[in-house]
Write a protein that binds this ligand. Structure first.
Ligand SMILES: [Zn+2]
Length: 268
């Protein structure tokens, strides 16, 4: 009896070892042209430095960015944003009034805690109408202001991810900790990694993890320049772009809309 138990345990262990290589050999997500990962570069709010410095910088490097823009800011540089769209950059949605947690000074009268789903949806639709007026097309990507995805408070809190899923191809968060897994991610609830005030070494660390894990890394920033609060450092970004363009590194660098479309196509 005792020997039988040992024998049966050994067989179980062996079976586990036999199963392990099969798991490890699961096919990787097939990014285009055999790439290892995708990276999207995105910025929020239509800050003036994006049109004045960032877009000329990206054009010089031949890279397309995704810009989640706000009506009150895009109106200050309407011609510049129209030109950016023609140059192939993605113009995307970031709400009308930028509602965030009531804890921020700028949201004391516009806090998500005081919102309902209906009020939130009306805010989104108001910006969509202005967007279509200004640019003549409908945005397909959305970034949650402050990365926050709820309305209401306490037991009455509701997620507004379903609203975004209904109106857009994708929704991006902010200050998340990881890149997206293209096999299983919810396109309406994508994670975004902060791009502001970090060095090339930090950008590369995120990129290398995405390469190793076959993921979609979405960077999210605000101002574009050299120094200052919430600013993507353009010297560091130039190094990241050079790294991403090196064919040996297997990185697909494209807009959020293009990568989301590709993932959706693979799932169809
Ligand atoms: Zn914002």
């Amino acid at each position: 009896m005792f020997y039988y138990e040992i024998l049966s345990k050994t067989m179980l262990t062996r079976r586990w070892f036999l199963a392990a290589p099969a798991l490890a050999a699961q096919p990787k997500f097939a990014w285009p042209s055999g790439k290892s990962c995708a990276i999207s570069l995105s910025w929020d709010d239509a800050r003036l430095s994006q049109v004045d410095a960032g877009i000329p910088f990206l054009n010089k490097h031949g890279v397309k960015g995704t810009f989640y823009i706000l009506p009150r800011n895009w109106e200050k540089r309407l011609d510049g944003w129209r030109a950016a769209a023609k140059q192939g950059h993605e113009l995307a949605h970031h709400s009308n009034s930028h509602p965030c947690s009531i804890n921020f000074g700028f949201t004391r009268t516009n806090g998500l805690e005081d919102y309902t789903i209906a009020r939130l949806e009306a805010d989104i639709e108001a910006a969509t109408a202005q967007f279509q007026n200004s640019f003549g097309f409908k945005p397909v990507s959305f970034a949650y202001p402050c990365g926050q995805k709820y309305v209401g408070r306490g037991a009455a809190t509701r997620s507004y991810v379903p609203v975004i899923a209904e109106h857009f191809e994708s929704g991006r968060g902010y200050l998340d900790e990881a890149a997206n897994n293209p096999e299983v991610c919810d396109l309406a609830n994508l994670m975004g990694i902060g791009l502001d005030n970090i060095s090339f070494a930090d950008m590369k660390r995120h990129a290398d993890t995405a390469r190793k894990e076959n993921r979609w890394l979405i960077f999210a920033g605000h101002e574009m320049g050299s120094t200052g609060n919430q600013t993507t450092n353009l010297d560091a970004l130039a190094e990241l772009i050079e790294y991403a363009k090196n064919p040996a590194n297997g990185i697909w660098l494209d807009t959020v809309a293009e990568v989301a479309k590709y993932i959706k196509g693979k799932r169809a």
